[in-house]
Design a protein around this ligand. Structure first.
Ligand code: NAP
Length: 245
């Protein structure tokens, strides 16, 4: 078991990649806190508990700093000190630049950037006191290469890479590793909104000839969270089947 006795927070753990990561982490021995504002996070926690694991759901909007502080307090009470934070919650509000509303721009900033900042800030304070911990951020290949219709989303995912590298420098000296995973297109509820024509085009452009599955990304999180990655810090691991070579 690669995460034996570890305590992990997975934001956005109710759905898609986060849900799969919660299941994989629990199978690897971690006690898993699922932070999500979707109530179905409770079902994921139940499923883990029924299979002999330890899990806990906390309903929280990661873009609200005070809610995040309360979530951390409650998680520590239930599961103990935090070893791993996976900043996975994210949203899209797509549209061409000239048609994108300020509201859609701001909403994506609030969740995908401010949410990552809020969670990392409070958890890092605790990890620094213990001189150990791992933070993993969900970026995207569109944060590196851009994507038509995703001004707001690609800006946040590029920002996540900037924060990852900054924190790798700031927190590395305190025993905390910080890395990012940049998935390509993954079959989750998020990409169900993408027209089939575009998804097929992405498959065709991918040398491995398929979309990613949630477990492809969950396994990347697992590697970076485990001691096998003990010298990996500030990396952006692209997991996209070779989409953007
Ligand atoms: P998903 O299936 O939509 O799951 C995201 C989860 O986060 C949902 O349960 C969502 O709740 C929750 N969430 C959204 N805003 C939140 C907030 N403010 N506070 C707490 N929870 C919140 O998405 P996914 O495809 O698994 O994506 C996971 C991460 O990978 C995201 O950061 C995404 O940007 C990134 N990513 C995904 C892909 C892809 O192709 N799927 C590619 C590259 C990167 P609701 O369902 O209620 O909104």
């Amino acid at each position: 078991m690669r995460l034996h006795e570890k305590v992990a927070i997975i934001t956005g753990g109710a759905s898609g990649i986060g849900r799969e990561a919660a299941l994989v982490f629990a199978r690897e021995g971690a006690r898993v806190a699922i932070w999500d504002f979707d109530d179905s996070g409770a079902e994921v926690a139940d499923h883990i508990e029924k299979n002999g694991g330890k899990s806990f759901f906390y309903k929280v909007d990661v873009s609200k700093a005070q809610e995040v502080e309360k979530a951390l307090e409650e998680t520590e009470n239930q599961l103990g000190d935090i070893d791993i934070l996976i900043n996975n919650a994210g949203i899209t509000r797509d549209g061409f630049l000239t048609k994108m509303s300020l509201e859609d721009w701001q909403k994506v900033m609030d969740v995908n950037l401010t949410g990552v900042f809020n969670c990392s800030k409070v958890v890092a304070q605790k990890m620094m006191a213990r001189q150990e911990g791992v933070i993993i951020n969900a970026s995207s290949v569109v944060g590196v290469y851009g994507n038509v219709g995703q001004t707001n989303y690609s800006a946040t995912k590029a920002g996540v890479i900037g924060m990852t590298k900054t924190w790798a420098k700031e927190l590395g000296k305190k025993g905390i590793r910080v890395n990012a995973v940049a998935p390509g297109f993954v079959a989750t509820p998020m990409t169900e909104k993408v027209p089939e024509k575009i998804l097929n085009r992405m498959k065709d452009k991918t040398p491995l000839g398929r979309l990613g599955q949630p477990e492809d990304i969950a396994n990347a999180f697992l590697y970076l969270a485990s001691d096998q990655a003990s010298f990996v810090n500030g990396a952006v691991l692209q997991v996209d089947g070779g989409l953007v070579l």
